[in-house]
Design a protein around this ligand. Structure first.
Ligand SMILES: C[S@@+](CC[C@H](N)C(=O)[O-])C[C@H]1O[C@@H](n2cnc3c(N)ncnc32)[C@H](O)[C@@H]1O
Length: 319
């Protein structure tokens, strides 16, 4: 697992990193196994316009995916966009064979890919090594604010002058992130039944829940309510189940701290031009599709209430 070069190993930090990796190892296996879910992720990053870049900006470039995980969609998208070399970095080594195999299944050889075990907070690369550095959904899972700042400066250090750093930070505000997620995370940690349910959640469990509701309605009111199994399985699909696990199982979720002001400050202090906000409308088929417009249109009053400023995704050019 990760080695921290800070002298004394902080066991708490070590355990938290180990647990984070374990959670994502399992989640990412589900991403690659489910075609719909995998395609949704792939579509999200296939469009250079989303990154405020052109296809030319990717051609032949040397890129780093810091906190790559083992779901492979990002690497596939980058190869399709024509990058020259991808360095994939994550904690420990267990993810490497899973990522390799997933890429091989898509006909992608190891020729352009390097697999590196390491921490975003202590990158084993020279200064100015990469044309574009990506860190998607990683910083919020680090141990504390100091580690996030350290990681940000490491990501900046390895980005070459004139190159780009892209980060995804989450929604730093609104009811969902300020109240709802912290409360289900607390309940997950204190209630064993809820923990077991979330750890083993599948679309079939939602069907079972709806069946029991319909039985209850019939028993109490005589009402013959109907529901369509297929619809329930679509609304609460594997994508939704892994989303629930994503929110609850990981030890750290420092999303509120990483607000717009903090993100701007981090970019500027680390030698970048003003960051540009990237925005994408995520097309889904499950229940979250009804939340997508709210997630996207942050000028809508309901959106601000639920999601604050919306998902913060930035790209910036190093001076
Ligand atoms: C939400 S997943 C994102 C994975 C991938 N970037 C994506 O967009 O699908 C977070 C990833 O960050 C990794 N991670 C967490 N802390 C890390 C650290 N200190 N250094 C490197 N990777 C880390 C986890 O192991 C996990 O694979």
């Amino acid at each position: 697992m990760t080695k921290y070069k800070e002298g004394k190993i902080n066991m708490d930090r070590f355990r938290s990193a180990e647990q984070t990796r374990k959670v994502y190892l399992e989640q990412h296996k589900k991403y690659t196994a489910d075609k719909t879910l995998f395609q949704r992720f792939l579509n999200m990053v296939m469009d250079p316009n989303y990154f405020h870049l052109t296809k030319e900006d990717f051609k032949g470039k040397n890129i780093l995916d810091a906190g790559c995980g083992n779901s492979a969609y990002f690497e596939i998208a980058m190869i399709k966009l024509g990058v020259g070399r991808i360095t994939c970095l994550d904690l420990g080594k267990e993810w490497i064979p899973f990522l390799k195999n997933a890429l091989h299944d898509f006909g992608i050889s190891d020729k352009k890919i390097e697999y590196v075990s390491g921490s975003t907070a202590d990158l084993p690369f020279e200064d100015n090594s990469f044309d574009i550095v990506f860190s998607n959904g990683v910083l919020m899972h680090l141990y504390d604010e100091n580690e996030i700042k350290k990681a940000f400066s490491e990501l900046s250090r390895v980005t070459r002058r004139g190159g780009y750093l892209y980060v995804v930070l989450g929604c730093p505000g609104g009811f969902i992130e300020e109240e709802f997620f912290p409360s289900i995370r607390r309940f997950y940690r204190k209630n064993k039944v809820f923990k077991t349910l979330i750890d083993n959640i599948t679309p079939d469990i939602f069907v079972e829940m709806f069946e029991s509701i319909v039985r209850g309605m019939k028993r109490h009111t005589g009402e013959k309510a109907k529901f369509d199994r297929k619809t329930i399985k679509r609304l609460f699909d594997i994508d939704f189940c892994t989303f629930l696990q994503n929110v609850t199982q990981v030890p750290n979720r420092h999303i509120l701290w990483l607000d717009e002001k903090t993100a701007f400050k981090l970019f500027v202090e680390n030698g970048f031009e003003k960051p540009v906000r990237c925005r994408r409308y995520v097309k889904r088929k499950n229940i979250r599709k009804y939340f997508a417009p709210l997630h996207y249109d942050s000028d809508n009053k309901f959106a601000r209430l639920l999601y604050g400023p919306g998902n913060l995704e930035y790209i910036a050019r190093k001076k």
